[in-house]
Design a protein around this ligand. Structure first.
Ligand code: ATP
Length: 477
């Protein structure tokens, strides 16, 4: 006997008809072989046309070689190439730096483009989640160019339309590991145009000796060390406040001393002065003679801070309605209050009154001192709010080696760790290495402070010592 199919038995007459009751499937048609061949031919032609633009030197050499061989024979070709080789050898011996720039680094870039990036591009990007899919087709960001500098590879990338550079910024760790580099930095050049920078070796692995003292210090850009790309790391003090954060032994002292050293001629001329607070009595006491005032216990530190606040207010009153910016002079010097281990005053001091007064004074100086020529340069081990709730009053921060990953964003601002500022992973054997944000760029830069040893501080304190004089002359040159 006939019985209805089981499915129809389950559907009641009142059940609404689902929207998907009819499904249209895209018909699958076999692509004609001629079309596939035409497509491959088109690709080949595009490659042939693009090749001379991409590798002009290699294509020109190949074409010239073929012509010489065709017209004059293989002996002539061998002679020409021997002469070229001798020429290159002479160039390399006589001008190694230009040879390296024009030949060495270009050959290296071609090799790295092919061996490291082109070969591994697809797997690394797919696994890192940077490949996009739309209408069942896969889209990959495209490598436009690979160039090499002395220390890093720069891979210029064209993004897939509809994606953003932040996708790459959030995957810097995956990219660095994927391409066998220690780190990866993303720089945005324009719409859909980014550069990925992969260091080939650590340029900051060796300690940097104390830098030459500049003859005329620029208080807005004091040389205190080197950036990862080998250019000077310049620290701005005039018009800002700086917080240096790092665990014990991270090298906070080297940042402070490098800044003081770079200001030395201005201090000697009387247009800048340093007032130092040194609760540990280990860091700044050594160069005590250099400072306009010095304090090493709670009471005297608070007195020093309150005096700075009073001086700042006096200056602000004089300037009111007459002058909007501070220009360092002997009468109105630029004042830097250096505070080693600021948490001693704001969190650890047993006297509550000292803590409260210190916090008030630091907050007043950092919120009102910039425009009248007062700067606070403070060092701190633990950046958590319970220890130091004034950290947001410091516009510029330096992250030396930190204890925990979560502290990176506390110091350098949100997103810094995602953009590659792995301050918690800095090698303990590299004191003085830090991440900073330089003006005008959201990308953290890796830097290393120069190490100012006790002899350098002695020479600085002596003032007229030959060491400092010599470096002043070199700086001027
Ligand atoms: N820039 C640097 N380059 C090379 N070595 C450095 C550098 N800075 C510091 N060091 C070395 O690391 C040691 C510790 O540095 P430093 O005292 O400056 O650290 P710190 O962060 O101030 O530590 P703490 O908070 O305990 O005072 C120094 O004695 C020195 O040997």
């Amino acid at each position: 006997m006939w019985s209805p199919p089981p499915a129809s038995q389950q559907v009641s007459v009142t059940t609404p008809v689902p929207a998907q009751s009819f499904r249209f499937a895209t018909p699958v048609l076999p692509t004609p072989a001629a079309l596939i061949a035409a497509r491959w031919l088109f690709r080949l032609l595009t490659l042939v046309v693009k090749l001379p633009f991409r590798f002009p030197l290699a294509c020109a050499s190949l074409t010239a070689s073929v012509l010489v061989w065709h017209v004059f024979g293989w002996v002539a070709l061998a002679v020409v190439w021997s002469l070229v080789d001798v020429g290159l050898l002479v160039w390399w011996r006589r001008r190694p730096s230009t040879f390296r720039r024009w030949v060495g680094l270009r050959v290296l870039a071609t090799w790295r483009w092919w061996w490291v990036y082109a070969r591994q591009w697809q797997p690394v990007l797919v696994v890192a989640g940077l490949a996009e899919t739309y209408a069942e087709r896969h889209y990959l960001p495209r490598i436009r160019k690979v160039t090499c500098s002395e220390w890093a590879d720069r891979v210029r990338v064209r993004l897939v339309a509809g994606t953003a550079p932040v996708d790459f910024e959030n995957r810097v760790t995956e990219l660095a590991h994927g391409f066998g580099a220690a780190s990866c930095r993303v720089t945005v050049l324009g719409p859909r145009d980014v550069v990925l920078e992969f260091p080939r070796h650590d340029t900051l692995a060796e300690p940097i000796a104390a830098l030459d003292v500049p003859a005329v210090p620029d208080l807005g850009a004091l040389p205190v060390g080197l950036q990862e790309d080998g250019t000077p790391w310049r620290l701005r003090l005039h018009g800002t406040h700086v917080l240096v954060v790092g665990v014990t032994g991270a090298g906070k002292g080297s940042v402070i001393w490098s800044a003081i050293r770079a200001m030395l001629p201005a201090m000697q001329a009387g247009t800048a002065q340093v007032r130092a607070i040194d609760p540990k009595r280990m860091e700044l006491s050594y160069g005590r003679r250099l400072f306009a005032s010095y304090a090493d216990d709670g009471e005297s530190a608070v007195a020093l801070l309150e005096q700075a606040v009073a001086d700042m207010r006096g200056r602000a009153e004089r300037y009111a309605g007459r002058q909007r910016a501070h220009v360092p002079t002997v009468d109105d010097p630029f004042v830097v209050v250096v505070l080693d281990e600021v948490a001693f005053l704001t969190a650890y001091h047993p006297d509550r009154d000292v803590r409260r007064r210190a916090e008030n004074a630091i907050a007043t100086l950092t919120s009102q001192g910039r425009s009248v020529g007062f700067c606070v340069l403070a060092a701190l081990q633990d950046p958590r709010k319970e220890v130091m709730n004034l950290r947001n009053l410091f516009p510029d921060k330096i992250a030396l080696r930190l204890d925990e990953a979560s502290q990176v964003d506390m110091v350098l601002g949100e997103g810094a760790r995602e953009r590659g500022a792995n301050a918690h992973l800095i090698d303990p054997d590299l004191p003085g290495v830090a991440f900073v944000r330089v003006e005008g760029s959201p990308i953290p830069v890796r830097v290393r402070a120069a190490y100012v040893c006790d002899d350098d501080i002695d020479a600085m304190a002596a003032g007229d010592s030959s060491t400092v004089k010599a470096s002043v002359m070199e700086g001027a040159a």
